[in-house]
Design a protein around this ligand. Structure first.
Ligand code: AP5
Length: 216
């Protein structure tokens, strides 16, 4: 089963994709997480994309498509996978369809998580992320339970992402409207899109998603 999470920055794609991946035992592929690991490792790709990411703009399609073609052709993706943050442009969406067609596969559902801009800004500016495993927390809505500065899962330090400063968040929201929001129409036309009310609690949002995954 191949599932895509679509939605503006901070809508909860990563939070929900991670939970669904644990439930369905399918790999969670978050392009932002993969890119941040490359930046941390100071790889050739990481050095190339660091400034673009920190400014809130999109990494070039060619780099993303190379990365993702390799990733989804890995053996753990044979039974399916959950995409979070990809595709993000029409070019990426069309290329994904082509890649999947080659192995007779197709996307089953696209969950479009809807959240107002005011809530997105509040969520992102309060987000803290684990340096090691990438788990997300929120200083008020979802704080770490054991120690506010440490990840409950792996014990590593939590930090604020460079692109979670208010000015950069606003740029990311603008980029989303200009380059990604049109994918809503793209997947609606393919009859794969399901709108999810993303402003309720994390658990309620997950229940709504779960219900729609099992529906035929
Ligand atoms: P990426 O990491 O994908 O960032 P994003 O899409 O901007 O999404 P976020 O991770 O910020 O938010 P999210 O929707 O996952 O929300 P989350 O679950 O964390 O990309 C970063 C950058 O990489 C891009 O700007 C770009 O430069 C580059 N990039 C990545 N993919 C690319 C691509 N395909 N093409 C080109 N460039 C690419 O939740 C946010 C916060 O809210 C958390 O604190 C969470 O705890 C809290 N929260 C979540 N749900 C709820 C809820 N229901 N109620 C209350 N709080 C909640």
């Amino acid at each position: 089963m191949i599932i895509v999470f679509l939605g503006p920055p901070g809508s909860g794609k990563g939070t929900q994709a991670r939970q669904l991946s644990e439930k369905l035992k399918l790999p969670h592929i978050g392009t932002g997480n993969i890119l941040r690991r490359e930046v941390q490792a100071a790889s050739t790709l990481g050095l190339k994309v660091k400034d673009v990411m920190n400014s809130g703009n999109l990494v070039p399609d060619a780099d993303i498509l190379e990365l993702m073609t390799n990733r989804i052709n890995e053996s753990d993706c044979k039974s399916g996978f959950i995409l979070d943050g990809f595709p993000r442009t029409t070019k990426q969406a069309k290329s994904l369809d082509e890649i999947l067609e080659k192995s007779n596969r197709q996307i089953k559902r696209v969950f479009n998580i809807k959240v107002s801009d005011a809530i997105l800004i509040e969520r992102l500016s309060g987000r803290r992320t684990c340096k090691q495993c990438g788990t997300n927390y929120h200083i008020i809505n979802a704080p770490a339970k054991k120690n506010k500065d440490q990840c409950d899962k792996c014990g590593s330090e939590l930090y604020q992402r460079a692109d979670d400063k208010v000015a950069t968040i606003k740029q990311r929201l603008k980029v989303y409207e200009e380059q990604t929001a049109s994918l809503i129409y793209f997947y609606k036309q393919q009859d794969k899109l399901i709108d999810i009310r993303g402003e309720s609690s994390i658990d309620r949002v997950f229940k709504e998603i779960e219900g729609n995954v099992s529906r035929q």
